[in-house]
Design a protein around this ligand. Structure first.
Ligand code: NDP
Length: 239
């Protein structure tokens, strides 16, 4: 049966690859985007694109209404939207810190809470949160981002415990360094240094993350909840 899926931040990067992978399995996929226009590929895949800034609770509610009217109750949610604002601790402004937490962690809370309503009624659901290897390892210059991404693990595991009795799973994917706009913004020297630390000695592709998400959203993953799945070429091994 075709499910109603929502991928936040699905207009580019990991979100776009995840939307593509789920649309290819026959799901009815909606994505949210915040700025610009979504790529034409999404329309070709039959995906619904809805404008929504996840830092605004009203926009989140409006987006869900639009998606539910078109595709029915969301039973698969991939909370992917996120930002970085890197800075060393002593130079990090209050705004740099809170905006990253508000998007990556509180924004995820907003979309998960709203999705859970429908999933509880449907008595089925799959929630996948996109965290990061740096939420486990920490990262110099990313106190804001790593705190938010670590927060997603506690949040996701609590959601998993709360909703498990209703056949709703919640899992966390922790990507390492994946080749997207976010990591292309890093200086060449930093990128090369990162590759030296990755056992598989390369950046991952967005489709590597999408494959893990597609599995966690599938029937085959029915007995997996509260798990943190690394997709990081071995970078975070041991955590
Ligand atoms: P990109 O920067 O390429 O894309 C980020 C997406 O999030 C965009 O669609 C963006 O929308 C959306 N977004 C950002 N802020 C908001 C907001 N306030 N409301 C709604 N949407 C928003 O990042 P990636 O694809 O690389 O990353 C996707 C996720 O994966 C993020 O959570 C990131 O932290 C995580 N991640 C990425 C890694 C990597 O190596 N690339 C590694 C580990 C984790 P818009 O286009 O409008 O800006």
């Amino acid at each position: 049966m075709s499910r109603s899926v929502l991928v936040t931040g699905g207009n580019r990067g990991l979100g776009l690859a995840i939307a593509r992978a789920l649309a290819e399995t026959g799901d009815k996929v909606a994505i949210t985007y915040r700025t610009g226009e979504p790529p034409k590929e999404l329309a070709d895949l039959g995906c619904l694109a809805v404008k929504c800034d996840i830092t605004d609770p009203e926009q989140v509610e409006q987006a869900y209404k639009e998606i539910e009217d078109a595709n029915g109750r969301v039973t698969v949610l991939v909370a992917n939207a996120g930002i970085t604002r890197d800075q060393l601790l002593l130079r990090m402004s209050e705004e740099d810190f809170t905006s990253v937490v508000d998007t990556n962690l509180t924004g995820t809370f907003r979309v998960v809470k709203r999705a859970a309503k429908g999933m509880l009624r449907a008595r089925t659901g799959r929630i996948v949160l996109i965290s990061s290897v740096v939420g486990l390892k920490g990262s110099a210059g990313q106190t804001n981002y790593s705190a938010a991404k670590a927060g997603l693990i506690g949040f996701g595991r609590s959601v998993a415990r709360e909703l498990a009795s209703r056949n709703i799973t919640c899992n966390i994917v922790a990507p390492g360094f994946i080749d997207t706009d976010m990591t292309r913004a890093l200086e060449e020297e930093v990128r090369a240094d990162i590759v030296r630390q990755i056992p598989l000695a390369r950046y991952g592709g967005a489709e590597d993350v999408a494959a893990a998400v597609r599995f966690l959203a599938s029937e085959e993953a029915a007995y997996i909840t509260g798990a943190v799945i690394p997709v990081d070429g071995g970078l975070g091994m041991g955590h």
